[in-house]
Design a protein. Structure first.
Length: 361
């Protein structure tokens, strides 16, 4: 069995494999990094509330505990019909069963060479860009966060909090729709108040059509200046999904049934952002990737033991905790929302509990 990607769901699979190793199973994990971020802690890392090491799980160590071989490489292509995987270092591996948890990448925007653009996914280049600009930019700095949702808001507020003592670093959100579109009106109101408090300018109904080295070209002929542009523009499929023979949904993710099996190759499983569950609308969020991890682990082990598979049971009313940069957060569920320091403490406790669950003593 090959585990492709070290996402939140596969972290739980590794834990379950360590507790209940299947007899005579040869399992390997492919991931380009030996660790995985707790992505919901990223705003806290940017803001300075966490050290980077506090927000990571050691995949390599988890693999050692679960007796799973670890390959520190990406996967370029997957042929499900023939049971062959092509790794990023040119090797080919045969398999009987495979599972995908590769997350996604950020939707791109056409960019002129010379523009400094990073995305919120993957995380490491974003943190490297922030550190680099801090070290080389002694003069003013304008950072534009392009996006409309929670990721854009959280990164913008985290940067504003990080640079709260600097008078020459400005952070702005450029949103194609209303900020926090799709969330309850109370969430949007609290988000806008937080932006005002930390000095984050919000430009709404502004569609970015092209990114140039010093400006963003907007629909309608307008432009705004920029020096560092961060894209938080939503989900786009990882490149490996474009090189498989798996049925895919309209957004490019793998089409799976309720048991998280590919609809055209049932020996392939998928979970997290890279999966689209038939008949269910599952938001692209680590909250649901974590929840799917338990079902995925159960079904992969059941597959080895020729046992019945269990359906993933989705709850659309999951709690959503949105960081506001300065040790405050919004808690929203079932259309209701409240914000404050207590919500940040709640979020912090949940995130740290997840990290501890997979930390090795």
């Amino acid at each position: 069995m090959l585990l492709i990607g070290g996402g939140h769901a596969h972290v739980e699979v590794l834990r379950q494999l360590a507790l209940n190793p299947p007899a005579e199973a040869d399992v390997a994990l492919f991931n380009p990094s030996p660790s995985v971020w707790c992505s919901s802690m990223l705003p806290g890392v940017i803001a300075g509330h966490y050290e980077p090491a506090e927000a990571k799980v050691n995949l390599w160590a988890l693999c050692q505990r679960a007796r799973v071989r670890f390959f520190e490489t990406s996967v370029l292509a997957l042929n499900a019909a023939n049971g062959v995987l092509e790794s990023g270092i040119g090797e080919r591996h045969r398999f009987d069963v495979a599972s995908l948890d590769v997350g996604g990448v950020t939707q791109p925007i056409p960019t002129t060479p010379g523009a400094y653009v990073v995305t919120v996914r993957p995380i490491d280049p974003l943190l490297a860009a922030i550190t680099e600009f801090e070290s080389v930019r002694s003069a003013g700095l304008m950072v534009r966060i392009v996006g409309s949702g929670a990721a854009a808001l959280e990164v913008a507020l985290a940067l504003a909090h990080r640079w709260r003592q600097s008078g020459n670093r400005r952070v702005s959100i450029v949103s194609a729709t209303q900020l926090m579109d799709g969330f309850p009106a109370s969430v949007r109101s609290q988000a806008l108040r937080a932006c005002k408090k930390l000095g984050v300018a919000v430009l709404e109904q502004k569609v970015v059509e092209h990114i140039e080295p010093t400006r963003l070209r907007l629909a309608g002929g307008e432009s705004v200046d920029t020096q560092l542009t961060v894209l938080a523009t939503g989900y786009s499929p990882a490149s490996v999904l474009q090189k498989t023979d798996l049925t895919r949904a309209t957004d490019g993710s793998v089409h799976v049934n309720a048991c998280l099996q590919s609809t055209n190759h049932p020996h392939i499983f998928a979970a997290g952002d890279c999966a689209n569950v038939t008949g269910i609308t599952v938001p692209k969020s680590d909250v649901f990737a974590i929840r799917q991890g338990a079902t995925l682990a159960t079904n992969l082990l059941a597959n080895f033991n020729n046992s019945s598979l269990q359906p993933y049971r989705h709850s659309a009313n999951a709690l959503n905790l949105i960081s506001l940069g300065d040790n405050r957060a919004i808690a929203t569920r079932n259309g209701l929302s409240l914000s404050g320091k207590w919500a940040w403490r709640w979020k912090d406790a949940i995130d740290r509990k997840w990290i501890r669950r997979y930390a090795l003593a």
